[in-house]
Design a protein around this ligand. Structure first.
Ligand code: FAD
Length: 392
């Protein structure tokens, strides 16, 4: 069989890969761009809380009135372990997406720019061939080989492409959160608010979330660090959580997934290959948010790739710029967030309850990060190492 050839092969049709496809086709419409997605549908199944900040998502698509938005969010509320409520943000906070519509919309945009999207098609291996790659693919039409001048690995948390290309993507067990989530109907909460609930009983090493999908309906999930848990899997913690806090809830959907709460892999670039999104561990290690990060990385990868192809030099040395620009954009922040998280997960519930009460004493209109930190440090000097680790 004659191998199919393209300029750019993108593996993975999540937010990172789809933005990469859209942006590279837009940057140079003459490039032959092919995106393959293992699942049979773009955007499904959804394994995500679907929460995004307004500023981040608006860089890519206009969320106002969009059909792929489930809910506009105007408050972020943090619950301390004992239920003490802290209003952490107010105003145009963000959105809860409908990813089953959001990703098809991104795919349509990529298609309009000229990229080809191929669902039900899985990369199963790759090897270097000349200046490019030969990628083995298993699809609806059987086995195939695709020759690409450049590959963008956007294959998510379980991604193998970067590893096949010789990059180190190992994750220490203590940096992997196990998550479980139900879509729950018939519950009572403020549908304009995102809720994050911390506590070692609730979700050791992580937090529980309630992200509204509509009135009385929400993604209710949690992530735990197995090494901090009592042996129960995430789903059992979640069942206990829903029994206790949302006993009227009807579970209408269920999903599980892993979130790598680590820092970006040391090398995101190889000859003829760039890695972006979860595949490169680009999730915020404190919040676990990765949708917009993956999109930002996809955009950056596309621009560096288009430039490298135009110059006829896709060597790792030339494309190192991608890694450096990512680190300046968010990667270095993630290193600091990661240090903060390492200290934060050691605090016990009594301390978190006291901290919430201290923050609530700061008047809402004066609740800047600086003011909150100053007040917290005055009342809880044990916070000094955490704050120092964050800023150093
Ligand atoms: P993905 O979205 O994972 O896309 C990768 C794609 O590659 C997948 O579609 C996969 O099928 C495909 N693929 C994999 N291997 C191959 C292969 N060999 N060949 C072809 N295709 C392949 N982030 C937020 O910002 N907000 C949240 O509220 C949030 N909640 C979350 C809740 C849970 C339970 C979990 C697990 C994660 C959550 N995240 C959240 C994280 C977020 O889902 C990811 O960071 C984001 O989807 C990363 O995008 P991506 O494009 O890098 O990867």
């Amino acid at each position: 069989m004659i191998p199919r050839a393209c300029d750019v092969l993108i593996v993975g049709g999540g937010p990172g890969g789809l933005v990469a496809a859209r942006e590279i086709s837009r940057a140079n419409p003459s490039l032959d761009v092919l995106l393959i997605e293992r699942d049979r549908a773009i955007g499904a199944p959804v394994r995500c809380g679907e929460g995004v900040a307004t500023a981040g998502i608006s860089e890519f698509l206009d969320p106002r009135g969009a059909s792929w938005v489930s809910r506009h969010i105007t408050k972020m509320i943090i619950w301390a372990p004992d239920g003490t409520e802290v209003l952490a943000a107010e105003g145009d906070v963000g959105y809860v997406l409908d990813r089953s519509r959001f990703e098809p919309e991104l795919a349509a945009e990529a298609g309009r720019e000229g990229a080809e999207i191929c669902v039900g098609t899985e990369a199963t291996g790759l090897r270097r061939a000349g200046d490019g790659w030969e990628v083995s693919v298993r699809g609806l039409g059987g086995e195939q080989t695709i020759r690409a001048r450049l590959v963008i690995a956007a294959d998510g948390v379980e991604g193998m492409v970067a590893r096949w290309a010789g990059l180190d993507t190992r994750v220490p067990a203590r940096e992997m959160e196990s998550c479980a989530q139900y879509l729950v109907a018939g519950i009572d909460f403020d549908p304009d608010a995102l809720y994050l609930h911390y506590g070692n009983e609730v979700a050791p090493g992580g937090y529980a979330w309630v992200f509204p999908k509509g009135i009385g309906v929400a993604n209710v999930g949690l992530g735990i660090l197995a090494l901090k848990a009592d042996g129960r899997p995430a789903r059992q913690y979640l069942d206990a959580y829903i029994d206790r806090y949302f006993p009227t809830g009807v579970k209408t959907g269920y999903t599980v997934g892993g979130v790598i709460v680590h820092t970006t892999i040391k090398r995101t670039v190889a000859d003829g290959l760039l890695v972006c999104g979860d595949a490169a561990h680009m999730v915020n290690p404190v919040s676990g948010a990765g949708i917009v990060n993956a999109m930002k990385a996809g955009r950056l990868a596309a621009h560096v790739a288009a430039d490298a192809l135009a110059k006829g030099d896709t060597s790792a040395a030339r494309m190192q710029r991608y890694h450096d620009e990512w680190m300046a954009l968010l990667g270095d922040d993630h290193v600091r967030f990661h240090r903060l998280k390492e200290v934060f997960v050691k605090f016990d519930d009594d301390f978190l309850n006291a901290l919430a009460q201290t923050i609530n004493k700061v008047p809402r209109e004066q609740r800047s990060l600086r003011r909150v930190l100053t007040s917290a440090l005055v009342h809880h000097p044990t916070l000094f190492p955490a704050v120092a680790k964050y800023f150093l």
